[in-house]
Design a protein around this ligand. Structure first.
Ligand SMILES: Nc1ncnc2c1ncn2[C@@H]1O[C@H](COP(=O)(O)OP(=O)(O)O)[C@@H](O)[C@H]1O
Ligand SMILES: [Mg+2]
Length: 323
């Protein structure tokens, strides 16, 4: 993927198999989000193709979602002034005959026709632990819950492959731990997960495989052990060898944070900040041209009509190879 003279992602050949949790790590500016944008059709790759279950995907976000690939964004995108439940329903709109506008306008046929959809949306909210907040406005959720809600909205399109761009960014240790459990639970539902993350403990705890992107190129790919031990990775990215068992370290951190919470301290994210996380220009349904995330909620919410997840999800970019 080239932007003028800059090649942001070069010859990255990458496959995700069914049942896998795969991590994509690398320094800021390495091209990770650009890679996601190529996979999901937000960017049209200068070269290369994306293949899902043996079919080359057209670089159109709604068709990619329809095919069975859903994503969340590095910068949270929710409809700030819609409720939690409505945000998930929007994520389902192309799976229903009524479509987005009916879902948004809640016309006369909507409630009846969308009953099943609503039931499914509530199931997803229960799954992520936000059912009790169904009628809250998205903008009033704490930051960690907004991230969860984005995941629920992505799941609402019933994907076979879920792409998460920095799902724990800005989370406290408890929230990060909960997200880890959530990702395992998503995988256990038969959904493959590809995630970008800076929290190394999170990545190495979760992932079956990890790929390291440096300056747009894949430096190394392998199991957590292989990647952590790779000298080039240590030099280029980690800085120093990874110390100890990530699981134990994290457990200690969580225990400490929980003890602090029990002692009456709160770890709530600042509300003003949270509101800022919600992009209200998207909410107004305008097509903006923010380069990294040039998408509208409509596209974000695009969902699948006919996805089956019993096959092998696989993506390959920027050089294509079908699985
Ligand atoms: N739409 C765009 N136009 C021009 N340059 C871009 C665009 N999107 C990303 N880039 C550039 O591509 C490089 C990779 O960015 P990005 O994929 O966001 O990195 P990462 O997610 O790994 O931090 C950066 O140098 C960034 O400035
Ligand atoms: Mg990024």
């Amino acid at each position: 993927m080239r932007f003028g003279g800059l090649t942001a992602v070069r010859s990255v050949d990458f496959t995700v198999n069914a049942g896998e949790i795969v991590g994509l790590i690398g320094p800021n500016g390495a091209g990770k989000t650009t890679f996601f944008n190529c996979l999901t059709g937000l960017y049209v790759p200068t070269e290369g193709t994306v293949t899902y279950k043996g079919t080359v995907l057209p670089p159109k976000p709604h068709l990619v979602t329809k095919a069975g690939i859903a994503r969340t964004f590095q910068n949270i995108r929710l409809f700030a002034n819609m409720t939690v439940l409505e945000n998930v329903l929007v994520g389902r709109h192309t799976r229903t005959k009524e479509g987005l506008w009916s879902a948004l306008l809640r016309g006369p046929g909507f409630k009846k026709a969308e009953k099943a959809s609503e039931e499914r949306a509530m199931e997803l909210l229960e799954f992520i632990g936000l059912a009790h907040k169904r009628d809250h406005l998205a903008r009033n959720l704490p930051y960690g819950e907004q991230r969860k809600l984005e995941i629920a909205r992505a799941l609402a399109s019933e994907p076979g492959l879920l792409l998460l761009d920095e799902p724990t960014a800005g989370m406290n240790p408890q929230e990060t731990r909960a997200t880890e459990e959530l990702v395992f639970a998503i995988r256990d539902k038969g959904i493959a997960v590809l995630l970008i993350e800076h929290d190394m403990r999170f990545v190495f705890n979760l992932c079956d495989r990890v790929a390291v992107l440096v300056q747009g190129q894949k430096l190394v790919e392998g199991t957590s052990d292989v990647v952590q031990a790779d000298e080039r990775v240590v030099a280029a990215y980690l800085g120093e060898p990874f110390q100890g068992e990530p699981g134990e370290e994290e457990a200690a951190e969580v225990a400490e944070a929980e003890a602090a919470a029990a002692a009456g301290q709160t770890d709530e994210t600042d509300q003003t900040d949270q509101t800022d996380q919600v992009d209200s220009t998207r909410e107004a349904n305008k097509n903006t041209s923010a380069p990294e995330t040039g998408n509208t909620p409509e596209e974000t919410a695009d969902t699948a009509d006919s996805t089956t997840t019993d096959d092998v999800p696989s993506t390959t970019s920027t050089k294509g190879e079908a699985k």
